[in-house]
Design a protein around this ligand. Structure first.
Ligand code: BGC
Length: 873
């Protein structure tokens, strides 16, 4: 397992040994071009075991050496309020922090970090958005346009910033060098409400004299085809446009502005067509050498038109961009039965290929992508209407390196045709792309199959966090399905710092919510097929309440609760309205326990558990969480009102779906799992019987899983709560279909959409919806971290950690690490000679409750702790 080395600092430690090792701004990894004028700050402190923060001081140095400091008596170190005057647009300050412990000694000041505001209001934008001045067909994937202009810069540039976005997707070059490393910028947001711009420091790219700036501009989500059943084009508009503002500051304080306006020039380029689903075509014969460099003759280029772009919608990102994060070399290259050259990367991944090739001018190399093979050939039926084909046409016989710019594919295998010469390991590499979130979670245990399952969950997280949290990354869908992320957010939040990305996406959820509170099934919403966005559905719509709560619980972000509060409330009020006096949501369309393995391939909603039981259970759970949210936000009336509502729904649920003896009207795993985990069973007797019945059902099914999207995230917790942790292990360790390890045994390297996406006979499930990269059923990893690993948040942000490993299933050791907002927490345990040994690290600023078998819980503070207890297996 690789974990980052501890952050280092040259700063002084206090007499008591405390050291502030990292200061962060909001949820960003960098603080250039931030969108908040009062950004919240967080820091990590390294200190001796007994140390606790009593007070902190923040210093801000503004230009002109003005320094302000603020001391705050507080033990808090996560997302604390900005204690100074608001930042002005473009203002750059340096921030440092020091802390005092109980001994009254201050630490040294942390290394100052630069915090620079972006353009904070529409008035800061003087640029006009520009589109190429030619007519385009509305009904196809388009060529990518090139846009350029040249300009003169003086000497003594002290800084230069590029603020840029597009209605479409873009890449900018200055003097022939690519600016930054963002991919598919500006990412996908609900463009009718929010369009993100990026800020780049381009100081080092400028030179004295003539300079040139150029941009590639393509359809992306803005007007490219998106959605299933043929999808929709031109969702947000039928012309792409670029908005860019290059601001140069000279050492003597003079400023110059190069902005997109009607003096720019446009031309088609070598990308003759590009689409997210269909792939990219590149004709090197159409390259224009030096087009983004000074001295290029653009006199034959077209002009540009000023495009409409509502600058009030521009926002700085609050999460990281999409980037290439890893390269994977082929594991095997061979010739298929039909004579095709196939490449296996050994891992189902999301990204694209980079080719290194040489060949005859005019020849075309074609790349096809697929997640699986069938009968020895690439199998692309699951991609439905996403062709996923890239093509490169050679201009000459020189050695060339090429990778598509604006396409993205989900694949493990690729087929190369028309390639010239032999394809070998040096010809092709897979470049993994996703939202570049920091990894913060690790898990490893003595069972290699479970470790592989965990890796599969991690790979499905990577592949489906591509600007928005998607259902799948390969077919003609790749949409922000709300139910999928609702069930998966706790797992994702452990593995990666998705706090900024999901907080941003939740804004879109709120913006796209209908006036009656209905949450669209996927966000951003795109018309597709016959899906009706005006119909609300449980599990999916509950994202409005439960996902903000997850972010609060895992990252201690109270801001996300207040930002999402009206959205959450509108959702619960809608359910209350639909349920009426009965408090049962028992009418209308529901997907229920979607993809119960007993449902036929063509009707995934036909589950064993009553769909209205699922809807009412979720109603109770969301009402309870809304009450908790109101409590955190100090809204006492709402807290009481929704607690009362939750109680009424709970009673109605029990009346309607639970028999006096604790068995349920749907005698099915999901029914019991939800009732137990959502605490919907009124009496101790019913809880015990329901838990026993759930364990019986699992045993009767031979430990095969019998739950879909609703039940799967809950079942192992339900068994654990109900005293049947061994049965949870039985389920987890089952290898026959359907089960988690079935896919692992079949060679799966990601989590599948269906328990049997690949059937036991090696053929692909005939359902028209069969992805091999869908994270929802991987939600069990959250249980693995908390119960096998024994590392759970008891208070928001893991400020109080529950350390309670539950050895079982023959597992003899496990190590679980999580970089909490307070620092690295670790639980490592092993069973030896009938004794459980635990070595744990509790970060500074946090505490932990240790619960060992047969012992009363103990509260321990920060530091390393080794404990042991006899165990009976
Ligand atoms: C998606 C899902 C989604 C479901 C709901 C599917 O096509 O891939 O994961 O939640 O539709 O209908």
């Amino acid at each position: 397992m690789t974990v980052p080395a501890a952050a280092t600092s040259t700063e002084k430690t206090s007499a008591s040994g405390a050291r502030v090792v990292q200061v962060r701004v909001e949820h960003r990894q960098d603080a250039l071009g931030i969108g908040q004028s009062r950004p919240r700050l967080s820091w990590l402190t390294e200190a001796p075991e007994s140390w606790n923060q009593e007070k902190y001081e923040i210093a801000v140095s503004r230009p002109g050496n003005q320094r302000a400091t603020k001391e705050v008596p507080s033990s808090e170190s996560v997302l604390v309020e900005w204690p100074f005057a608001a930042l002005q647009p473009r203002e750059r300050v340096e921030v440092s922090v020091r802390v005092w412990g109980t001994d009254g000694e201050p630490s040294g000041w942390s290394i100052p970090i630069a915090v620079e505001a972006g353009l904070l209001s529409e008035d800061d934008w003087t640029a006009s958005a520009i589109s190429p001045d030619w007519d385009e067909d509305r009904d196809t994937d388009h060529a990518a346009a090139l846009l350029r202009r040249s300009f003169v810069a003086g000497s003594a540039v002290s800084s230069a910033r590029l603020y840029v976005t597009a209605q479409g997707v873009y890449e900018v070059e200055i003097n022939g060098t690519r600016v930054g490393d963002e991919v598919l910028a500006p990412g996908w947001t609900s463009y009718d409400h929010r369009l993100l711009y990026s800020t780049f420091d381009v100081t080092s790219l400028l030179r004295e004299g003539e300079n040139a700036i150029g941009a590639w501009l393509a359809d992306g989500w803005f007007r490219g085809r998106i959605g299933f059943k043929g999808g929709t084009r031109n969702v947000y508009g039928d012309r792409t446009s670029l908005l860019a503002q290059l601001e140069i500051t000279y050492t003597d304080g003079r400023r110059a502005l190069i902005a997109t306006d009607d003096t720019w020039k446009a031309s088609p380029g070598p990308i003759t067509s590009t689409g997210l689903y269909d792939g990219e075509r590149y004709d090197a014969r159409l390259e224009q050498h030096g087009w983004s460099q000074p001295g290029f003759d653009d006199s034959q280029w077209s002009g540009v038109r000023i495009a409409r772009l509502d600058k009030a919608k521009l926002e700085a990102p609050i999460g990281p961009p999409v980037r290439c994060t890893e390269e994977i070399a082929p594991k095997r290259i061979w010739t298929s039965p039909s004579g095709k050259t196939l490449v296996d990367f050994g891992q189902n991944l999301v990204g694209r290929l980079r080719l290194s090739l040489r060949g005859k001018p005019g020849h075309t190399v074609t790349l096809r992508h697929a997640e699986v093979l069938q009968e020895g050939e690439l199998y692309t039926r699951p991609l439905r209407l996403a062709a996923s084909i890239d093509e490169y046409t050679l201009a000459d016989d020189s050695q060339r390196v090429w990778e598509p710019r604006f396409a993205m594919h989900g694949f493990r295998y690729a087929e190369l045709t028309g390639a010239v010469g032999a394809v070998d390991l040096g010809t092709v590499v897979a470049r993994v792309h996703h939202t570049d979130m920091e990894r913060i979670g690790w898990f490893e245990c003595s069972d290699p199959l479970i470790n592989r399952l965990h890796e599969n969950v991690r790979w499905s997280t990577r592949g489906n966090f591509v600007s928005v949290p998607t259902d799948c990354p390969q077919r003609d869908e790749r949409l922000g399905w709300t139910g999928d992320i609702q069930v998966f957010a706790p797992t994702a939040s452990f593995l990666y710092d998705c706090s900024g990305m999901l907080a941003g996406w939740l804004k879109d959820v709120a913006d796209e919510q209908l006036p009656d509170g209905t949450v669209p099934w996927y966000v951003p919403w795109v018309p597709a097929g016959t899906w009706d966005e005006t119909i609300p559905g449980a599990v999916w719509g509950d994202v409005a309440v439960l996902t903000p709560w997850t972010l609060f619980e895992r990252f201690h972000d109270k801001g996300v609760l207040s930002d999402q509060y009206s959205s959450a409330k509108a959702w619960v009020d809608l359910m209350a309205d639909r349920a009426g006096e009965s408090r049962l949501w028992d009418e209308g369309f529901q997907l229920g326990d979607w993809l119960d393995p007993a449902a036929p391939p063509h009707d995934p909603a036909d589950a064993r558990t009553d769909r209205y039981l699922v809807a009412t259970a979720y109603f109770a759970w969301s009402a309870r969480h809304l009450s908790r949210t109101a409590g955190v936000l100090g809204k006492a009336d709402d807290e009481a009102h929704y607690a009362q509502l939750a109680e009424e729904v709970r009673e109605a649920f029990a009346q309607e779906y639970v028999h006096a003896d604790g068995t349920m009207t749907s005698d099915a795993q999901t029914a019991y799992a939800l009732a137990l985990v959502f605490d919907l069973l009124p009496t101790e007797h019913q809880r015990r019987r329901a838990a026993d019945r759930l364990a019986e059902l699992v045993a009767e099914a031979g430990n095969r899983i019998a739950t879909g999207f609703a039940g799967t995230p809950a079942i192992n917790d339900a068994l654990t709560l109900g005293g049947h942790v061994e049965t949870a292990y039985d389920l987890l360790r089952e290898e026959e279909c359907p089960s988690w390890l079935y896919a692992v045994k079949q060679g799966g390297t990601t989590i599948w959409e269906r328990w049997d996406s690949m059937l036991p006979d090696g053929t692909v499930n005939p359902g028209e919806m069969t992805s091999f990269n869908h994270y929802a059923l991987g939600a069990v990893a959250d249980w693995m971290h908390r119960v096998i690993g024994g590392l759970a948040p008891l208070e928001p942000g893991y400020r109080r950690i529950g350390i309670r490993p539950r050895p079982g299933g023959g597992i003899t050791h496990a190590t679980t690490r999580h970089l909490t907002p307070y620092g690295m927490a670790e639980v490592s345990w092993r069973v030896e000679d009938e004794t459980l040994h635990i070595d744990a690290t509790v970060p500074t600023g946090a505490s932990a409750q240790f619960a060992l078998p047969g012992q009363p819980p103990q509260e321990l503070g920060p530091g390393r702790h080794s404990l042991s207890a006899p165990i009976r297996r």
